[in-house]
Design a protein around this ligand. Structure first.
Ligand code: Z5A
Length: 227
């Protein structure tokens, strides 16, 4: 009926970042359950991957094939996967008013290929402009655990399965990774929240929910109160 249609809540874009075994996949699902329970339509997705084309590239990257091509070519593969994912999954979902929860996004490229790799910020930023344009996450949750804790969790989960291309990196690499993520969260305080993820999953989920409420719900509640 004209004039009585409910105003659609805009979709929100939340990304999860952090090192190996920091608990992103666990927390993203717990947040999705909570948001679904609050009647927000959500999708959970991941990078590299998240769309059929990007999942093929993921397979290539995690097998170590991308690394063999060199640092820049591997970065191009991450960008190609992101482009497909953004065009076919993330943007359409946000346009439909769906909340998109994504396990890793551009910050992973900035940290892994940029701060820890040999790829120039010029190339990384140019690829970012091409693949995402002005699509920035509304909120990025950076899960922070000591490298030893994250690696122990990942090793326990993996069991007898062979480590992938990134799991093979040294302990020192994973410690630097943690520092780089902490620095990133410090540099972008308007978008990022650093979450102490060195606790049981339920406690961490409470911290994640507090951050989501404060950053994404409190402003809307304040506006309603002012109206
Ligand atoms: N990469 C890149 O280089 N550049 C890019 O642009 C992008 C990615 C997008 C993808 O790896 C790799 O690609 C990634 C960076 C690179 N490499 N690394 N490392 P992936 O997708 O295969 O894996 P991951 O993103 O690193 O996530 P992960 O290792 O699967 O971990 P997680 O998702 O953070 O954690 P989890 O699966 O939720 O938990 C791990 C285990 O710990 C599991 O058994 C849980 O049950 C357990 N767990 C979870 N939370 C807890 C708590 N709180 N206490 C105890 N145990 C817990």
């Amino acid at each position: 009926m004209p004039g009585s249609a409910k105003k659609r809540t805009p979709g929100r874009f939340i990304t999860f970042e952090g090192g190996e075994g920091s608990g992103k996949s666990t927390q993203i699902q717990l947040l999705a359950d909570r948001l679904n329970g609050a009647d927000h339509r959500t999708i959970v997705t991941r990078e590299p991957g998240g769309s059929p084309g990007a999942e093929i590239i993921r397979h290539l990257l995690l097998s170590g094939m991308g690394k063999l091509l060199g640092d820049e070519a591997e970065t191009l593969l991450f960008a190609a996967a992101r482009d497909d994912h953004v065009q076919h999954v993330i943007k359409p979902a946000l346009d439909r008013g769906v909340w998109v929860l994504c396990d890793r996004f551009t910050d992973s490229t900035q940290v892994y290929q940029g701060k820890l790799g040999n790829v120039s910020p010029g190339l990384i930023n140019a690829l970012e402009r091409v693949t995402i344009g002005d699509l920035k996450p509304d909120l990025t949750l950076v899960l922070d655990v000591p490298a030893a804790v994250g690696l122990a969790r990942a090793i326990k989960r993996r069991g007898a399965v062979a480590p992938d291309r990134f799991e093979q990196e040294s302990f020192e690499f994973h410690e630097k990774l943690r520092d780089a993520y902490r620095q990133l969260a410090n540099e972008s305080p308007a978008r990022c929240v650093l979450i102490d993820a060195n606790a049981d999953a339920e406690t961490v989920a409470g911290r994640v929910w507090d951050a989501v409420r404060q950053r994404l719900f409190a402003p809307a509640l304040n506006e309603t109160a002012r109206a």
